[in-house]
Design a protein around this ligand. Structure first.
Ligand code: URA
Length: 478
């Protein structure tokens, strides 16, 4: 890592950034400069490897903000755009962000001005960076290499060429997704190494440092062929999503012409395809948690999301099952923390069920969505996806052994029973389960959220009545 330098030259300040993606460093320096009233045209931001020739005369230290300096204003929108935009490869990004921060002090609503060229530019940088990260999530391909270390049986190496400084920012994504694999991602901007416990960084690499052409490629091809959904084939959209420039690192790209040609026949086969096979059932909640993060048995696991594990006491008498994590659950990694979760909490409290004593989980472990601009819109999981994910909910149930399971909504009920039931027909009475426990079915709280007026009141009343019946039954079973 380069030593940090910040030098004042005459009336100009030169800030040397230690890393091209160091937001915290930029923020700290930018704050001090704003507090010292240094206008944007008197600051040069120099990233590693960059030169500060423009201001190469005179030298002074960074100014120290006065003790009574005003706090620096930066709204949430600015901070979230800036965090991402700083990863862009445009050398002007630091200056742009400083200019925005400077202007925000006198115009706090500036970020809302969609016509402002600086605001537009930062939004564009943010978009480019998000797109680059999305491509990285989708197109990194690991190849198995022989390890020199005898203790290490398998090491997977991937080569990727990001357009921006996104490598470090995406380390967590790959760590969670491939947590029990030993892997390295090599890029011309640096490398990441994960040994199943710790992450380390390495220097930039070259294409020939990464392997190419081995049995893993066959695996990828098989895998890709199995997730390729002929029913949704749209060639134009596919090429947009998977630009040809990424194809050279993707063994399965060789399959694309054949897949397109055989799409119709495969569609019929897919419909007939039976249940998927799994390995041995995990016997601890921690093992399930680990395993679901690697689960790619259905297309939901291919999206840019994180698995969300159930939470609550391992010996809970009550298991509450929802449909799938939503946007906020996906981001926080916890079930029922978003709007549906808050409504659920309120109803549980009203009828006297302590959520902390229950094990709360979902029928489907990953968030299914469609991207609309910046928003991820919830999509209902299909019957096949729910059935595939039953493996996990059953594994959780085998460990927690609840006396009573409350399934909220049709997807949760299907996750428990393996068949679709009508909520209005089955609610309010127990359904015996094969292990002697019982299932109660009610509506999903997000159904209530979609209603208003008398319809909402009526459904809330039914929901409370179902919860109250569950509470009474739990007391009988205690
Ligand atoms: N909806 C669900 O079904 N589950 C969650 O965890 C959140 C919302």
């Amino acid at each position: 890592m380069t030593a940090l330098q910040h030098v004042k030259l005459g009336t100009y300040y030169m800030v040397h950034l230690p890393e091209a993606d160091d937001f915290d460093f930029w923020r700290e320096r930018a704050r001090a400069l704003v507090q010292c009233d240094v206008p944007p045209d008197r600051v040069a931001w120099v990233e590693p490897g960059g030169s500060g020739d423009l201001f190469a005369h005179g030298e002074r230290r960074m100014p120290v903000p006065p003790i009574d300096a005003k706090p620096v204003r930066a709204n949430r929108r600015f901070v979230s755009l800036a965090r991402n935009a700083i990863l862009h490869s445009d050398p002007e990004r630091f200056a742009l962000l400083y200019r925005l921060l400077w202007r925000l002090q006198s115009n706090p609503r500036m970020m809302e001005d969609k016509a402002d060229p600086d605001v537009r530019r930062v939004e564009e940088l943010d978009k480019n960076v998000r797109r680059d990260s999305h491509k990285m999530h989708a197109f990194v391909r690991f190849r198995l290499v022989e390890s020199e270390d005898e203790e290490v049986s398998e090491h997977y190496v991937a080569w990727f060429e990001p357009e921006h400084h996104i490598l470090r920012a995406n380390a967590g994504f790959f760590m969670r997704r491939f947590s029990n694999m030993r892997w390295s991602i090599l890029t011309p901007r640096g490398s990441l190494h994960w040994d199943t416990e710790t992450m380390s960084e390495g220097p930039p690499a070259e294409r020939h440092d990464a392997p190419g052409g081995d049995p893993m490629e066959d695996l990828w091809r098989t895998y890709y062929a199995s997730i390729f959904n002929p029913a949704r084939l749209k060639i134009g959209a596919m090429l947009k999503e998977m630009p040809k420039k990424y194809w050279k690192n993707m063994p399965e790209a060789a399959l694309i012409p054949d897949l397109i040609a055989g799409a119709q026949g495969r569609e019929a086969k897919m419909v007939e395809k039976g249940a998927l096979e799994f390995e041995e059932r995990p016997d601890t909640l921690a093992a399930i948690d680990k395993a679901i993060h690697g689960c790619r048995k259905c297309p939901i696991g291919q999206l840019d999301n994180h698995a969300v594990m159930g939470e609550g006491p391992q010996d809970a008498a009550l298991m509450i099952v929802g449909e799938q994590p939503g946007d906020q659950e996906d981001q926080t990694g916890r079930p029922f923390v978003g709007p549906a979760g808050q409504l659920l909490d309120a109803h549980l409290e009203k009828v006297g069920i302590d959520r902390r004593a229950a094990y709360v989980t979902n029928a489907v472990k990953h968030f299914k969505y469609v991207q609309r601009g910046k928003r991820r819109l919830h999509q209902n999981p299909g019957a096949k996806e729910i059935d595939t994910c039953r493996w996990w909910i059953e594994s959780e149930r085998a460990i927690v052994k609840p006396k009573l399971v409350l399934a909220m909504g049709a997807s949760a009920a299907r996750g428990m029973l393996g068949k679709t039931v009508s909520i209005s027909k089955v609610r309010g009475a127990p359904i015996p389960l094969e292990d002697g426990s019982e299932l109660w079915v009610t509506a999903h709280p997000s159904y209530l959220l979609r209603l208003d007026g008398p319809a909402r009141e009526e459904q809330a009343r039914l929901f409370d009545a179902d919860l109250a019946a569950v509470r009474a039954r739990l007391e009988e079973l205690a």
